[in-house]
Write a protein that binds this ligand. Structure first.
Ligand code: SF4
Length: 446
């Protein structure tokens, strides 16, 4: 029997990238092989994100296009997964009758079985969200030829913070932390197979182990404990994590940057806004001063840490003065980089009913101003590395040259060489700084 080919289109965040890998592994356990060409696929999966309105529109227009494809190829199976599936599943399947399976964020591990069901019972919507939920332990299945130099490892799902603009608690459920041993085993298998860099993933990793017991022994086990245990795995060159909520940032976690050699000196700490009244309406549970105090402390533990953040402009009720607060915060912290967006209403969130929505033109103006200033600051920050020698991890080697990354998460481009491969760590002298990347000269290999 011909092997069936699947194609996954992933939208949005790193959590979705990891979820697509999990679905790919479940499907390969059911005899499917992954294809890189959507036109050659027997099964197409859209792994969706609904963090912003634009994301959802993209999914709907892609499903519209696939309706025509399915007319030409009636046996084609179409599946929608991820946060839009979780939120709009029933609506999608009633409107888009060419869709065969809607699979929610907690149901991705058994997508193989669910597809078998579809071929027997017709189109399915599987989107139940359990509060008490054990994240299945999927043992990585890496063939030696395809071992990547870096991998994401999910440590928890969901979020209990209910920021008023955010869909995550509604689409990924309440916080659930994976068992410590499952995480340690997975990282050990990956590193033994040749993976050099691990990124621990969660919506709010700082609260790992807080909501359910993650270990067989009694007593608290925190995210810092997990970082220390994972970092001890022999052969692990670099350890990263994302994402953190400042309200759960502890000294214990900040001290990890001082103590753990292979923990990379970069930290993504979303602030979202620079005004206490906006932070309150966002339900972020910290003030601007508290955030600034955390940043100062972090820089005492790790002076060279590269700090990045997320910012939303144009939140309902954001006055010109509130926005100046965000610009002032940017000046004070001098972030190495940031992801900034215009506020958009999201279904199921509290902010959707807030009054004083900001006009689109004002939002665009504020976003442009914020991004322009951030761009200048990033360039200045990057210039601080010129003349310095940094250890980089190689990511790509091509005719154009070598693309690599510092442990502070800066991309460094160097001249072409045939002596390197992804995952190699080499020293580079930084020769030039741009807004988004650096250029460097490879030091002679040891
Ligand atoms: S902490 Fe992050 S994921 Fe959780 S609700 Fe807030 S913005 Fe969403």
């Amino acid at each position: 029997m011909d092997q069936k080919v699947f194609f996954i289109k992933t939208f949005g965040c790193q959590m979705n990238e990891r979820d697509s890998e999990i679905m790919a592994q479940s499907l390969s356990n059911h005899g499917y092989v992954e294809g890189m060409d959507i036109n050659g696929a027997d099964l197409i999966i859209l792994n969706t994100c609904s963090i912003r309105a634009k994301a959802e529109q993209k999914v709907m227009s892609m499903l519209g296009y696939l309706r025509k494809t399915k007319i030409k190829k009636p046996d084609l199976k179409i599946c929608v997964a991820g946060c839009v599936a979780q939120q709009e599943g029933k609506k999608i399947i009633s409107k888009m009758t060419h869709v065969d399976l809607i699979v929610g964020t907690q149901n991705i591990y058994n997508i193989g079985e669910l597809l078998n069901n579809v071929s027997i019972n017709g189109p399915q919507v599987i989107t139940h969200l359990e509060d008490k939920y054990d994240i299945p332990n999927l043992i990585p299945d890496l063939s030696p030829a395809t071992v990547p130099f870096r991998k994401f490892v999910t440590i928890m799902q969901g979020c209990n913070n209910y920021c008023t603009y955010c869909v995550v608690p509604h689409t990924r459920g309440r916080e659930v932390s994976r068992k410590v041993n499952d995480i340690i085993d997975e990282v050990a298998i990956l590193v033994k197979a040749g993976v050099k860099e691990i990124t621990l993933l969660g919506q709010n990793v700082n609260s790992y182990g807080k909501t359910n017991s993650v270990s067989d022994f009694s007593g608290a086990y925190s995210f810092s404990d997990l970082l220390r245990d994972v970092s001890k795995i022999e052969g692990l060159k670099r350890l990263r994590f994302t994402t953190s909520n400042p309200k759960d940032l502890t000294d214990e976690l900040m001290r990890c940057f001082e103590d753990i050699d292979n923990l990379c000196h970069q930290f993504h700490l979303p602030v979202q806004a620079g005004s206490d009244s906006v932070l309150k309406k966002m339900n972020r549970k910290y003030t601007v001063d508290q955030y600034l105090t955390q940043v100062d402390k972090l820089r005492q533990y790790c002076p060279e840490i590269a700090l990045t953040t997320d910012v939303i402009v144009g939140f309902p009720g954001e006055s010109a003065q509130d926005f100046e607060g965000t610009m002032n915060l940017l000046e004070k912290v001098q972030f190495h980089g940031s992801f900034s967006f215009k506020y958009s209403d999201r279904p199921g969130t509290r902010a959707i009913v807030f009054e004083d929505k900001i006009e689109e033109s004002v939002k665009s103006e504020r976003l442009a101003r914020f991004q322009a200033r951030q761009g200048e600051i990033s360039l200045n920050r990057n210039r601080e590395y010129v003349g310095k020698t940094k250890t980089v991890m190689v990511e790509e080697c091509s005719e154009e040259g070598v693309k690599s990354r510092t442990e502070t998460n800066h991309i460094v481009h160097c001249a072409k060489t045939t002596e390197l491969k992804p995952g190699d760590c080499v020293d580079v002298t930084i020769t030039h700084a741009g807004r988004h990347s650096l250029k460097g000269q490879l030091k002679p290999l040891r």
